[in-house]
Write a protein that binds this ligand. Structure first.
Ligand code: NAD
Length: 358
């Protein structure tokens, strides 16, 4: 087995101290318009060393497209930036990763990269994944060059996340933790992290959903997100993500919400087909005080109900049924080739995926 954590994580009382420690002259911030409006960027720029300059590229939109990445590449090539800081949810961090990667391919120069998550969700600040939308597909890039040099955790930056996004992104953390726990690449190192993240989510997500100002729980959720990120960047994910990627690409629905809707179905599928997945889920269920692994599914369904997350795709009311059923063959084909499918604990065929979509 191999297990690594290359990204240095700043998780202190004042993590923004990092900007007093690093060496840099010219900084590019990559972020989304909300983050600029909410003045989080100002909180960071006020900490930059004197005699440094900075610019802000704030064009990021949810589920970044290849066109957006290309415009970011143009921006990064305009000047001799030596530090790139991504501030935002998974979309801003993923886009930044792809931008830095492409600039490296073009010029051979690798920028120092700081990732500051403002959602407790994707774990992108510590993963070697970046998801870029190309046409209807969400392409999963996996490469160690996509790892941030530094992840900076500032729980107060997640305070303004509205409760429905808190729920979606929090359920994304849970999906990362569960898929990495049962993955066929999981090992002792990754499993201990996956389990810790699962426990943190069950304990803290309902609290921050009810009251986003409960800062201890916000901090716990941000840590859970990063912990699950370290677990899955090492162990990989599974078909929950493969299906969520293509559904998100075709129907433009929040990634975390799709993961949350699929999770009970995929756990059931994997438990029925993989003895190992079942054993792992039995163990974590016990640690959570549940009598049976099937109660874990009920606990997830209960969370979804609490968060107003529908129990199936139909109830989302955002998917045209005719288009959905017409695209099942195509979506199964794409999901089968998704890089997350290879680490799913139970073997899957395209026919299995079609049946799940149905
Ligand atoms: P996001 O980055 O798309 O943001 C969702 C919304 O939340 C946006 O409107 C954003 O402006 C808003 N937002 C962000 N921070 C906020 C704050 N502090 N207060 C209020 N609003 C805030 O959402 P996300 O779920 O973090 O990221 C999803 C993306 O990440 C998807 O494209 C998904 O495919 C990708 N992803 C990547 C990885 C990875 O390992 N790289 C893993 C999972 C998902």
């Amino acid at each position: 087995m191999t297990f690594s954590v290359k990204t240095k994580i700043y998780n202190t009382e004042d993590s923004l101290n990092i900007f007093e420690e690093l060496d840099y002259k010219r900084v590019l911030f990559i972020t989304d318009p909300f983050v600029v409006e909410s003045r989080m960027i100002e909180k960071i720029t006020s900490r930059l060393k004197s005699e440094t300059s900075y610019e802000i590229f704030s064009d990021i939109k949810p589920d970044p497209t290849i066109e957006l990445v290309n415009s970011g590449v143009k921006k990064l090539l305009e000047k001799d930036y030596d530090l790139v800081v991504a501030v935002g949810g998974g979309s801003a961090i993923d886009a930044t990763k792809a931008i830095i990667y492409k600039v490296y391919e073009k010029t051979g120069s690798k920028k120092t990269f700081v990732a500051i998550p403002t959602t407790a969700g994707t774990g992108s600040e510590v993963t070697n994944f970046s998801i870029v939308t190309i046409g209807e597909k969400k392409e999963v890039l996996i490469d160690d060059l996509l790892l941030a040099d530094y992840a900076v955790l500032v729980p107060s930056f997640t305070k303004s996340v509205p409760n429905f996004i808190t729920a979606d992104t929090g359920m994304d953390v849970l999906t990362h933790a569960i898929e990495s726990l049962v993955s066929n690449k999981a090992d002792r190192f990754s499993k201990i992290l996956s389990k810790e993240a699962i426990k943190l989510v069950f304990k803290n997500l309902p609290i921050v959903y009810e009251d986003g100002l409960r800062m201890k729980s916000r901090k716990n959720m941000l840590e859970a997100s990063t912990i699950a990120g370290i677990a899955f960047t090492n162990a990989g994910l599974g078909i929950n993500h493969s299906l969520a990627h293509i559904l998100g690409g075709v129907f433009h629905i929040s990634h975390g919400r799709l993961n949350a809707i699929l999770l009970p179905y995929i756990i059931k599928y994997n438990m029925e087909k993989s003895e190992n997945a079942r054993k792992e889920l039995r163990e974590i269920s016990k640690e959570l005080g549940l009598d049976h692994e099937y109660h874990l599914i009920e606990k997830i369904e209960e969370l979804n109900r609490k968060f107003n997350i529908p129990k199936n795709l139909r109830e989302l009311n955002k998917i045209d049924e005719k288009e959905y059923f017409g695209k099942i063959d195509y979506m199964s084909e794409v999901a089968f080739k998704d890089r997350c499918t290879a680490t799913n604990p139970a073997l899957v065929t395209k026919i299995n995926l079609k049946n799940i979509f149905r």
